[in-house]
Design a protein around this ligand. Structure first.
Ligand SMILES: NC(=O)c1ccc[n+]([C@@H]2O[C@H](COP(=O)([O-])OP(=O)(O)OC[C@H]3O[C@@H](n4cnc5c(N)ncnc54)[C@H](O)[C@@H]3O)[C@@H](O)[C@H]2O)c1
Ligand SMILES: [Zn+2]
Length: 647
């Protein structure tokens, strides 16, 4: 059967298009089309010319300049996966073997093989073209999920996916990066392992070669025993195989990693061996991929909205496009720099992707438009001039800007958990002049709220009651509610846990914060400056709310040492520093690292052979200036701890 000229031309076109996209995807990590659109090209070519050589080409081209380490020849080829898109195709596959099926996430990252010998990681390699990959051992050793040592002496190979958690990706996304997979591909090839480590990559192990495990599930359990992260998977009967896809579709929006489908594998290793493999993929596994997550549409307009920080962020208004069953008309553009980096113009054709199946993201321009996107010079809410700071533009008067203030109020209400304060109520309150700062919540009178449009007595009373319920706040919640940049959930919890009282938090210095694990200099700076700037609001709020110390990790919230803070210096004799700190915390005290005038006690260890420490000198100086802080000897501390324990 000879092919028509038309078909031949289509085959040629498909081959060259697929080669073009392969190069963009594998070599440059800058794909131009979505995976779904790419897969359509591949499927069409498979129909027309199943033997086309391009169908078995994969991985980066061999350019020595791009290779990180040495080439590594795989002991067993790293194949691709067969793919399907319809329940019928999946069911047909399921009829080809006996026993159960394991369904697991299809991670969208970079495949990697780990070779262990005598319990140690010897080589980590990328998949490459399936036969030969690149040695990336140095960078892989920086990935926390990859154990350098495992409790077995056998020679084994672990296969898995290197990927970036979405929580890690969040900050790159804010900086305008489109997709975690492409970042991962770049990160793993970094020449400097510290640079690679800075991407905080993760690893999911899905395959184990070289053990006597007789099922896929036993392999996965063994991997956990070796120290790999536990994989989210399901074991299914063959006649309920679609449940795997349904469950993962349901879980997908809440997963901390990106998946582009579900991988099904035959559970029995015996059956796996019987089925074998083609030169392209194993027959005992198949990927059911998500589809329709992306589409191309036209950018009509850009709207600008003012956040509570005063940041003015662009939102794309696009021609309605259907993405996995939902009509999308808007997508965030993150910041003003993002518009430039995409080369966005009005009327441009753009690719929209619902990442993780939820938030639509504009990923790239396929055909440029004609008009530049106008960038505001005045705040769209209050008309103040805007300033540009790095990637963002800001309203210059966020403390009086209506949109920013309403944003701050909404943040406060949501953080402390006051229900019912939606944007409409907040806007009425703002317009009436009775809601201009979080303090105003506590002064609201129901009679005033009842005058708002569509409000009435019942709602008004309910809102006031909501406020009354929030007159006692935990320190961490209070801190977070202030809406200070970088003082989010994590940092607020650290501060509350460490300093225990609002006064101590307010006295904190940048240097002191920097000593806290996981707080870097830009966070420290922003938090200290933000607290200073918010001081008037904080003082005003204190008149209305009682702030409680958090329940401590090491003990109760309240204890005999509550409201007292301790700094240690010198070597202790009776117990280790960490033990002493733990006991102080258990009794409700705060352990700090530097001497300030708010400090209660400086504890000096009994083993004192050297000269006075800088901390002791600092304490003496402050005492000389009238500070109430006391210097305690180790014995005195011991006595204090003993008596408090007894009481
Ligand atoms: N957008 C583009 O321009 C473009 C271009 C080329 C390739 N691509 C993408 O690459 C795909 C082709 O690449 P492929 O051959 O590597 O196929 P694939 O990525 O669809 O499937 C094979 C890979 O899945 C990964 N995987 C993730 N989780 C897994 C699990 N639990 N078990 C087993 N494997 C798992 C492994 O890395 C494995 O190598 C295309 O379908 C497309 O999605 C896109
Ligand atoms: Zn403004």
């Amino acid at each position: 059967m000879s092919k028509s000229t038309k078909e031949k031309a289509e085959i040629e076109r498909l081959e060259s298009e697929i080669r073009h996209h392969n190069r963009l995807y594998w070599d440059l990590a800058t794909p131009e089309i979505s995976d779904v659109d790419y897969d359509k090209l591949v499927r069409r070519l498979k129909e027309l010319a199943p033997d086309a050589p391009v169908l078995s080409e994969m991985g980066p081209s061999k350019d020595p300049a791009r290779v990180l380490g040495q080439e590594f020849r795989h002991k067993e080829p790293m194949l691709s996966l067969d793919k399907c898109y319809e329940p019928a195709e999946l069911e047909e596959w399921a009829s080809s073997f006996d026993g159960k099926v394991v369904a697991m996430p299809k991670f969208d990252g970079i495949a990697c093989a780990l070779h262990y010998e005598g319990g140690r990681l010897k080589v980590a390699a990328t998949r490459g073209d399936g036969q030969v990959g690149d040695d990336i051992t140095v960078n892989v050793l920086e990935i926390k999920d990859v154990p350098a040592k495992i409790p077995t002496k056998e020679t084994i190979e672990v296969r898995g996916e290197i990927y970036m958690r979405l929580s890690v990706f969040a900050k790159f996304k804010a900086a305008g990066m489109a997709n975690p997979r492409n970042l991962t591909a770049g990160a793993i090839k970094q020449k400097d392992k510290a640079k690679s480590a800075a991407y905080e990559l993760s690893f999911a192990a899905y395959d184990l070669i070289g053990t006597k495990a007789d099922s896929q599930v036993t392999e996965l359990e063994e991997l956990v025993r070796f120290g790999f992260a536990k994989m989210d998977y399901l074991v299914l009967e063959r006649d309920r195989i679609m449940e795997g896809f349904e469950k993962f579709t349901e879980w997908r929006p809440n997963l901390d990693y990106e998946i582009d489908g579900v991988v099904y594998k035959v559970d029995s290793i015996k059956e796996q061996r019987r089925l074998g493999q083609t030169s392209h993929h194993p027959r005992f596994a198949i990927a059911y991929k998500f589809q329709g997550d992306s589409g191309i549409t036209v950018l009509r307009q850009v709207e600008w909205s003012v956040a509570r920080t005063g940041a003015i962020t662009p939102v794309a208004i696009v021609e309605p496009v259907n993405l996995s069953g939902v009509t999308v008309t808007r997508a965030s553009l993150h910041n003003v720099a993002f518009i430039g980096s995409l080369g966005l113009t009005l009327g441009a054709h753009v690719t929209l992707v619902r990442r993780g199946g939820v938030i639509p993201n504009l990923e790239n321009v396929t055909t440029p438009g004609t008009e530049p996107v106008p960038i505001p010079e005045q705040c769209p809410s209050c008309g103040s001039p805007v300033v540009r700071e790095r990637d963002f533009i800001f309203c210059t008067t966020p403390n009086t800007c209506k949109a920013a203030v309403i944003g701050q109020l909404a943040h406060y209400a949501a953080t402390v958990g006051m229900l019912g304060f939606g944007d409409a109520i907040l806007e009425h309150g703002y317009n009436a002049g009775i809601l201009r700062s979080p303090v105003d919540f506590y002064k609201l009178q129901w009679e005033e709220i009842a005058k708002f449009e569509r409000c009435g007595e019942k709602i008004a009373k309910k809102l006031v009651a909501e406020v009354d319920k929030k007159r006692n706040l935990e320190l961490a919640t209070f801190l977070r509610a202030l809406g200070i940049s970088e003082l989010g959930k994590h940092v607020s919890a650290i501060l509350a846990d460490r300093y225990r009282t609002l006064d101590l938090v307010l006295a904190v210095t940048e240097e002191e914060l920097l000593e806290t694990h996981s707080i870097g200099s830009s966070i420290a700076k922003s938090v200290v400056a933000g607290l200073a700037e918010a001081r008037p609001v904080i003082e005003a709020l204190r008149e209305h709310v009682t702030i409680a110390a958090p329940a401590h990790q090491d003990g109760g919230a309240e204890g005999p040492l509550s409201n007292m803070s301790f700094v240690f210096t010198g070597k202790m004799v009776a117990f280790s520093r960490s033990e002493a700190e733990k006991r102080v915390r258990a009794l409700g005290g705060a352990v700090l690292s530097s001497v300030t005038k708010q400090l209660t006690y400086l504890v000096v260890g009994a083993d004192k052979s050297g000269p006075k420490s800088t901390k002791e000198k600092a304490a003496e100086k402050l005492i000389g200036q009238g500070a109430t802080l006391k210097v305690l000897s180790e014995d005195e501390l011991l006595a204090m701890l003993e008596s408090d324990k007894a009481s």
